[in-house]
Write a new protein. Structure first.
Length: 154
C-alpha cells in the first residue's frame, strides 16, 4: 500500500477517518492524500422540491463559493497532526459532489485505499441516495475503509 486517500470535511466522522488513515500510513509507510471536498452551497432564495433547499452546480460559481477560510483552518489542523506523525501527505482541495470528487482524486493519484468516516444517516439521507461513504464505496475502483463511530447502534 503506497497511497491512501482520506475524505475530510472537518466533522467528527472525518476526524476519525483521518486518524485511521494516519495509523495505516504509518504501518505501511504510505503517503496520505487529504481530499478536502467542499460541497456546493445551497441557494437560500430559491425553493426546492419537497420543501428542501436546492444545490447550485454551476462550475463557474463553485470555486468562488468555497469557504477558503474554513479550508485553511482544516488544513492547519491537519498539518499539526501530520507534523507529529511524520507521515508524508498532500492536499487535494476541490469543490463538488463529495463522493464523486473523492473517487476522482483516488483515481488520479492511483490510490490503493480510500478511507472515509460515516455517521448514522437520517431518514432523508436514506431516502435520497444515502451517505457520502456509501457513494464512495459504490463508485471506487480501489478498496474503501469506512470508519464507524463508536456510538453507532448495533
Amino acid at each position: 500500500m503506497k497511497t491512501i486517500v482520506v475524505g475530510y470535511d472537518g466533522t467528527a466522522p472525518a476526524e476519525r477517518a483521518l486518524t485511521r488513515a494516519t495509523e495505516l500510513a504509518q504501518a505501511f509507510k504510505a503517503r496520505v492524500v487529504i481530499a478536502d471536498v467542499a460541497a456546493p452551497r445551497p441557494l437560500e432564495s430559491m425553493p426546492g422540491s419537497f420543501g428542501l433547499t436546492p444545490y447550485y452546480f454551476s462550475s463557474a460559481e463553485l470555486g468562488v463559493q468555497a469557504d477558503k477560510k474554513l479550508w485553511q483552518q482544516h488544513r492547519e489542523r491537519i498539518e499539526s497532526l501530520f507534523a507529529e506523525t511524520g507521515v508524508a501527505h498532500e492536499f487535494a482541495g476541490v469543490v463538488g459532489a463529495p463522493a464523486a470528487e473523492i473517487v476522482d482524486i483516488a483515481e488520479e493519484r492511483g490510490a490503493d485505499l480510500i478511507v472515509v468516516g460515516t455517521r448514522e444517516p437520517g431518514f432523508l439521507d436514506r431516502l435520497f441516495g444515502g451517505s457520502v461513504s456509501q457513494g464512495v464505496a459504490r463508485r471506487a475502483g480501489c478498496d474503501v475503509l469506512i470508519v464507524h463511530s463508536p456510538n453507532l447502534p448495533e
